[in-house]
Design a protein around this ligand. Structure first.
Ligand SMILES: [Zn+2]
Length: 56
């Protein structure tokens, strides 16, 4: 699930997309503008898995 925000009308909406489709063109369901940016929501890739030290 990805969250998008329309730059034109400011509407935020969620779409269920595949990872490979996440950056493809999308249009706002409200004003049909294609100026939509993907929001980073839910899980961010920061915080875990970045270090070399792991528990045994
Ligand atoms: Zn819009």
């Amino acid at each position: 699930m990805y969250e998008y925000r329309c730059e034109k009308c400011g509407k935020t909406f969620e779409k269920l997309r595949r990872m490979s489709d996440a950056d493809k063109d999308l249009e706002c369901p409200d004003c049909h503008s294609e100026k939509v940016e993907r929001q980073v929501s839910g899980f961010a890739m920061t915080g875990c898995g970045g270090g070399s030290g792991r528990f045994r």
